[in-house]
Write a protein that binds this ligand. Structure first.
Ligand SMILES: [Zn+2]
Length: 248
């Protein structure tokens, strides 16, 4: 068993580890009092100052028979970095600069701040903004709209509707940002979906493929005029698929 007694005469400027020790007395809950230097100290001349000892006048003991890093009511543990700093402090000599000694509390605080700010950063980091993919004609790959023009009718973007003798799936797109050519004639069957909105077929401006319908406004609703594009006839330039360009 080895006992250290903190030298009462050792006084430094405010930067001394001892002085820093006394700051915020009793405030931080993680502040260890008293602390134990876990590994048995190497015998040294009397100039040795046990900076690992934090409380004024506290004598500390290393009882080899017990778990060395466990002590006190709070049962604190040194992490490997702190252990290393404590060990380095043990070789601090009175003639060394006070700045050469580790301020264990300060280092621990810094580690904690770093961790906390990292966590905060991760929370604040918005989910990766998705690039605005082009929606293209499934036949000729000409761009007709884009993902950001996707909107909703009756709180849904996709609708499965009965047309002629089968069901069709359409996606709702804003007029702005969608470029298709619209027939003059009204499509009476599609116009039954959302009366009183009249529907006209709309086509790819390049190849003429019918891609869906243009719906007129309904003043009774907040949703304005829109396009309902057949999901089987448009494609999104997702990665891989090889549509020509239009992606950024
Ligand atoms: Zn086309």
């Amino acid at each position: 068993m080895v006992a250290f007694v903190v030298s009462a005469g050792r006084a430094h400027a405010s930067i001394s580890p001892r002085a820093r020790l006394n700051r915020g007395r009793g405030a931080p809950s993680h502040r260890p009092t008293p602390r134990v230097v876990p590994s048995p100290p190497v015998p040294r001349p009397s100039t040795l100052s046990p900076l690992g000892v934090r409380s004024p006048g506290a004598s500390l003991r290393c009882d080899a028979g017990r778990g060395a890093a466990r002590f006190g009511k709070r049962e604190e543990y040194w992490d490997p970095d702190e252990q290393r700093r404590v060990n380095e402090n043990k070789s601090w000599k009175r003639t060394d600069s006070p700045q050469d000694a580790w301020d264990i509390d300060k280092e621990r605080d810094a580690t904690m701040y770093k961790r906390e700010s990292l966590e905060r950063l991760l929370q604040l980091t918005p989910s990766e903004p998705k690039p605005d993919k082009a929606v293209v004609c499934g036949k000729c790959r000409a761009p007709v709209s884009k993902r950001s023009a996707e909107t909703q009718k009756d709180r849904a973007h996709l609708h499965r509707l009965y047309y002629a003798d089968k069901y069709v799936a359409v996606g709702v797109y804003e007029r702005d940002g969608t470029t298709v050519t619209v027939d003059d004639a009204i499509d009476s069957r599609a116009s039954r979906w959302w009366p009183p909105r009249a529907a006209r077929r709309c086509r790819c401006g390049r190849c003429g493929e019918v891609l869906g319908w243009a719906f007129e406004d309904n003043p009774e609703e907040k949703v304005g005029p829109f396009y309902a594009l057949l999901q089987s006839r448009v494609a999104t330039n997702e990665g891989g698929g090889g549509g020509g360009g239009g992606e950024n």
